[in-house]
Ligand binder design. Structure first.
Ligand code: NAD
Length: 503
């Protein structure tokens, strides 16, 4: 995942986007581009006319609704319209979503960062630019059997309305990727976004719908609740039109979704460990760890969160990380950062204080973390690291900030055991840097994670520098894996007995 966005361009885009934000911070429609050098977003072929909404509330326009019930009713109608328009309409929607995300990546990346206040602008932009890698309509192919008793077709058919919950960490990218998958499978969708990134999500839904309505005539194929709450989540899950849930978030929402009684595809939390042994290329390992752990200030659920390195190569690895630009904290700086990054409340069990991540530091820039640690770092530093023991809060907690702890382990077995403990059985993502296939196999078997990446950064697990395809919803506790259009289908069998087989 390269992130070579020119800083001057970013500054220009911020200035422009901030200029377009109303006094209450809500986005207004861009004026049509007249200047060919203006950012691509303003020259989008999907640039729609204003919705004419004066109050700032949508009143149920272009997929944005005040209540979950209204949104679900409208999405049901959207689903029926899509059914009538067929596969070509699904293809058109896929093209619209992918094209708009690419063309408006800079503008929407700025708007999302401005609202959520977590992550990095260059990566917010990049996460929208890569929506084209999400699989769409071409993934929906039937399976067929032919034999002495005729032919059988198994088709991947829609459920109807899908209820989807999106995270604060990548609001528009998750929403857009979900739409591509869900509509490719023939469904409509209603979103309950994270409240801290809900305005940008509603804006994207409004813009998507305007283009979908114009290009296909279908209304409210993609719906969203304008002001999402826990109550609107419950109402959404309880609506009879909602046949399936797709939940992307932490442990709380996964648990809540599983308690609804509806089938839920849950893209849950992770705390990905990295194991580095003495057969690894230290330069490659160091650069991969920095790239993955610093991406969007370590907001990715697949992002490297803690490293276990064999004792006798740990210094080499840390040296390689410094050479590659990461900054090492000493013990007292680590201590200061830890005090700022966690609060220690009396916990359950034996009454041990249980660390809780300080949300004020989640997704913040390295400079903010460095200040909390009492140091200054050179501009352009992507990641901080320090040596810790395996029981350190930074190892145990999914910290989601651009700092990574490095733990020395005496053997590969010890490293695998520590990695298993840190991963908390989320079965999400784990990474090894090694050229020993026995070590790879042992770790793969022990951790049993959905993604297991060897000798690359975490993004390689989603087709970014590794083979594969992209999704921002990786269904871990419920086992569907990297979601794709088939995830959102019912398999239906159609059988012709003793006929139609030609040979
Ligand atoms: P979060 O759990 O705070 O919120 C996620 C979504 O769930 C939001 O829309 C939120 O409003 C909703 N929510 C939270 N608790 C709820 C409850 N009890 N009932 C109903 N809705 C509830 O997570 P976040 O901070 O937005 O995102 C980060 C978390 O999501 C991390 O744990 C990360 O690993 C995980 N994540 C996983 C994936 C994946 O593909 N597996 C992708 C992105 C993020």
């Amino acid at each position: 995942m390269s992130s070579q966005i020119n800083e001057a361009v970013i500054r220009d885009v911020i200035t422009e986007v901030l200029g377009r934000l109303g006094s209450n911070g809500s986005a207004v429609n861009p004026a049509p581009a007249t200047d060919p050098s203006a950012p691509a977003s303003t020259s989008s072929s999907y640039a729609p006319p204003s919705c004419g909404c004066k109050s700032g509330r949508s009143g149920g326009k272009h997929g944005v609704f005040a209540t979950a019930n209204e949104a679900c009713d409208a999405a049901q109608q959207g689903f029926l319209q899509l059914q009538k328009k067929g596969i070509e309409a699904r293809r058109k929607v896929e093209e619209i979503i992918k094209t708009m995300c690419a063309e408006r990546a800079q503008e929407w990346g700025c708007i999302e960062l401005e609202e959520s206040k977590i992550g990095r602008l260059d990566h917010k932009i990049e996460k929208l630019q890569i929506i084209g890698l999400v699989p769409g309509v071409d993934w929906i192919r039937p399976d067929a059997r032919s034999g002495d008793h005729g032919i059988t077709l198994e088709e991947y058919t829609p459920f109807g309305v899908i209820g989807a919950i999106t995270p604060s960490t990548h609001s528009i990218p998750t929403l857009a990727g979900n739409i591509v998958n869900i509509v490719a499978a023939g469904n409509s969708v209603v979103f309950n976004a994270h409240p801290s990134a809900a305005r940008c999500a509603a804006m994207a839904v409004r813009e998507f719908n305007k283009a979908i309505e114009r290009e296909t005539g279908i209304q409210n194929l993609v719906c969203i609740i304008e002001e999402p709450t826990l109550d609107s989540f419950k109402e959404l899950c309880a609506h009879e039109a909602v046949r399936l849930l797709c939940v992307t978030g932490g442990p709380g929402v996964v648990k809540a979704a599983m308690q609804t009684g509806k089938r839920a595809i849950c893209a849950g939390p992770g705390n990905p460990p990295v194991l580095v042994d003495d057969t690894a290329c230290m330069k490659r390992a160091a650069e991969s760890i920095i790239q993955g752990a610093s991406y969007d200030n370590n907001l990715l659920c697949i992002g490297e969160k803690e490293v276990f390195a064999l004792e006798h190569i740990a210094d080499d690895l840390m040296q390689a990380m410094q050479t590659a630009g990461a900054v090492r904290l000493n013990a007292s700086q680590l201590d200061q950062l830890t005090q700022a990054a966690f609060t220690f409340k009396e916990g359950q069990g034996a009454g041990c204080p249980h660390p809780v991540v300080n949300r004020d530091l989640i997704g913040k820039d390295v400079s903010v973390l460095a200040q909390a640690a009492g140091i200054q770092v050179p501009d352009g530093t992507d990641l901080l690291f320090a040596e810790t023991d395996e029981n350190h809060p930074f190892v145990d907690e999914e910290q989601m900030m651009p700092f990574i702890p490095i733990v020395r382990v005496g053997s590969v077995d010890e490293g695998i055991r520590a990695a298993l403990k840190a991963e908390h059985n989320y079965r999400h993502t784990s990474i090894i840097h090694s050229h020993n296939v026995n070590h790879m196999t042992a770790m793969a078997r022990a951790l049993d994670t959905t993604l297991f990446i060897k000798n690359g950064p975490c993004g390689a697990g989603l087709g970014l520098g590794g083979e594969g395809y992209l999704s921002f919803s990786i269904a871990t506790p419920t086992g569907e894996g990297v979601t794709n259009p088939r995830t959102f289908t019912r398999v239906r069998r159609c059988v012709m007995v003793d006929n139609l087989r030609i040979y």
